[in-house]
Design a protein around this ligand. Structure first.
Ligand code: F6R
Length: 364
């Protein structure tokens, strides 16, 4: 049942800290505090390239994983949605790694992409929430997200569990490839282990998120902006809003605004910005300033150390706890999912069963 929550979505949002902790526990040795990947039937150090594919939210998790794999393990990653990849016929180097991500393990397009990547001589690694699924049976390695059953059609806790696994894969691959110092590994593992506690703190942000939700619920169109690994978080936020509140939302890499989308900005199109402090913070801030100068209403998700800077331009702010830049996208994903939920409550939609959608898409 819903354990006293109004919707499965609300219950599942509250399971983020637990699920992240359970997923990490499978992958981080508590004694050595090192990432332990399962025995692989191939050598990660010898993999020339990764082809990552999935659908919907699972694909956005993979996009965040791409920043980690490229940044930490210096592995080139090709990323495409499965419905495109399966027909694209990309040239594949034999011995490459296919990285598939799926909650259900039954998504038709993702499964078809898996089969064609295998045919192209790729090792198949899948990040799955259902261990006895079709994709699990057809993979060389399965990494489990320990999210438990996800009832709400819109994915929540499975998403952060996928991110937890992908972060560990990036760390493990980086170690195998010699691109990670011990000090950096310790730092990243600590950041991951801090996540359940930080995620639990997000539930104290309800009032701030509801204030943003009131503005968003009145809009017909909403823009989500982020840079770097926060760009896929913007995509996830926009998708979740569309799915459960039926408000049109688009996500852009903040640096792309001036190449077209900024023409959309006016008082009627709220901008949800993902801008925690970090390497791209000042660049994001100046993109947001430009939107603000054109009359945009900025709803800014930042962190404690970014709050003072953002307060100068944002109309409303949601201030998350500080986190390592590596793990900040995970916390911000939870926050944008919480926002979508609050907007859906205001709109009175059927949160757990959005119209036209099914939990598992087993037809093309
Ligand atoms: C969004 C959502 C969908 C799924 C997508 C893939 O909230 O739930 O976009 O992420 O349909 O499904 P799986 O992960 O089962 O392959």
């Amino acid at each position: 049942g819903k354990d006293g929550y109004r919707h499965y979505m609300e219950k599942e949002l509250h399971e983020h800290p637990l699920v992240i902790g359970n997923t990490l526990r499978r992958m981080i040795d508590p004694a050595t505090r090192r990432v332990v990947l399962p025995d692989l039937p191939f050598d990660l150090a010898a993999v020339p390239r990764v082809t990552m594919t999935a659908c919907g939210s699972a694909f956005y998790a993979g996009m965040i994983g791409r920043y980690w794999l490229e940044g930490e393990a210096r592995l080139p990653v090709d990323a495409d949605v499965a419905s495109e990849l399966r027909y694209r016929e990309p040239p594949l180097t034999p011995g490459g790694l296919a990285l598939l991500i799926s909650q259900s393990g039954e998504t038709a397009d993702t499964l078809a992409a898996l089969r064609s990547l295998r045919e192209g001589g790729q090792h198949v690694m899948s990040v799955l929430n259902v261990p006895e699924s079709t994709m699990a049976r057809e993979s060389d390695v399965v990494l489990d997200t320990v999210a438990g059953p996800e009832i709400c059609v819109a994915s929540t806790k499975a998403f952060t569990a996928q991110l937890s696994v992908l972060a560990c894969v990036a760390i493990g691959a980086a170690r195998a490839r010699g691109t990670l110092t011990d000090a950096r590994e310790e730092e990243l593992v600590q950041a991951l282990l801090d996540l359940p506690g930080r995620a639990a703190e997000l539930f104290g942000l309800g009032d701030a998120i509801r204030e943003v939700a009131e503005v968003v619920a009145d809009a017909r169109d909403v823009l989500y902006l982020g840079r770097g690994a926060q760009f896929p978080v913007a995509l996830e936020g926009a998708l979740k809003l569309k799915e459960i509140s039926y408000i049109h939302a688009e996500a852009y890499a903040a640096g792309e605004m001036k190449h077209g989308p900024i023409a959309l900005i006016d008082r009627t199109v709220p901008v949800v910005a993902l801008a925690p402090n970090g390497r791209l913070f000042e660049k994001t801030a100046s993109n947001l300033q430009e939107a603000r100068a054109r009359g945009g209403r900025l709803m800014c998700f930042t962190d404690n150390s970014g709050a003072a800077r953002m307060a100068r331009i944002a109309e409303k702010m949601v201030v998350l706890p500080d986190a390592h830049e590596f793990t900040a996208p995970i916390l911000h994903s939870i926050a944008v999912q919480m926002l979508a939920y609050e907007v859906a409550l205001l709109k009175g939609t059927d949160v757990d069963q959005p119209r036209n959608l099914a939990k598992s898409v087993t037809v093309e």
